[in-house]
Design a protein around this ligand. Structure first.
Ligand SMILES: C[S@@+](CC[C@H](N)C(=O)[O-])C[C@H]1O[C@@H](n2cnc3c(N)ncnc32)[C@H](O)[C@@H]1O
Length: 265
């Protein structure tokens, strides 16, 4: 399917077709609960890097807290560019990485970002903040080298906490977060960014046509159910846990809380 242009990137040359993303993901044996998604996000990226010989990486919205240390990047043999829309976030990024300040859904040509330069673009808890996610996926397609892969890990609608956050005015959701999580907020190390949840779904029926329209040849979507927001509410948590287990068994995508979306150019 993909004749690899191995000259421009560090990807393996002598391969007829890369493995399908669903197969790569299945090898991780993902569990239905979102705890698995949080615990295994980084190892999923590392396995992709190794399986596909990806070299030039970009973390979208990596900001102050990128997924890899400089030592880990060196050990993996990768270059990691940290992207963020916010120059303030990038100022707080650890030293030793190139940074690129641009809106992933903005005009990347006007921002002077060279196309086809990355083998892997990935993001964690960023897409829910992006105003035009379809344009973000189009831009990612442009920025990926042929055969390149992108991974997005984001919260999905219509899980209760995210639906509530979506429907509430920002001042109210910020006040609630501050009340329950005093270590969250602008002045702390864990600020709350406004969320819009554009295209934040795990339903394949919804997502596949949009992602194929953006040009991706292979797509895999892994839904996860359950979240940690009811941790301190014993009875509510037990009812929610039981409901999520049922939703996962029945594959009720509209009730998922998070998703991994993997795409290949
Ligand atoms: C909730 S934080 C997540 C940070 C980090 N990825 C993590 O998992 O800890 C969201 C980050 O995405 C950035 N961001 C939001 N919208 C963006 C956009 N359109 N383009 C690039 N970065 C964006 C924010 O500035 C912020 O640094």
């Amino acid at each position: 399917m993909i004749a690899m242009n191995a000259n421009a990137t560090g990807m393996a040359a002598a391969r007829e077709a890369p493995p399908r993303l669903a197969e790569l993901l299945a090898k991780q044996r993902p569990d239905w609960h979102s705890e698995w998604a949080w615990a295994n996000y980084k190892s999923t990226l590392v396995d992709l890097v190794r399986a596909d010989h990806l070299r030039h990486l970009c973390e979208i919205g990596g900001g102050r807290d990128p997924s890899f240390t400089a030592e880990e990047a060196a050990e993996l043999g990768i270059t990691l560019t940290i992207n963020d829309i916010s120059a303030t976030e990038l100022e707080k990024a650890p030293p030793g990485f190139p940074t690129a300040c641009f809106d992933v859904s903005g005009d990347i040509a006007a921002a002077g970002i060279a196309p086809g330069q990355f083998d892997l673009m990935f993001s964690r808890m960023v897409f829910e903040h992006v105003k035009d996610v379809r344009q973000a996926w189009r831009n990612i397609h442009t920025l990926l080298a042929p055969g390149g892969v992108a991974v997005a890990f984001f919260p999905t609608l219509y899980s209760l906490p995210f639906l509530a956050n979506h429907l509430m005015p920002e001042w109210l959701s910020s006040a609630i977060v501050r009340a329950f999580y005093p270590n969250r907020g602008e002045e702390t190390d864990d600020p709350k960014f406004p969320a819009v949840y554009d295209w934040c779904f795990s339903s394949e029926a919804r997502m596949l046509p949009m992602l194929r329209d953006c040009g991706f040849s292979d797509v895999a979507i892994q839904p996860f159910w359950g979240h940690g927001y009811f941790k301190r509410l014993p009875v509510v948590r037990q009812i929610d846990d039981a409901f999520n287990a049922l939703a996962a068994r029945r594959d009720w995508r509209s009730m998922s809380a998070y998703a991994y979306v993997l795409v290949r150019k």
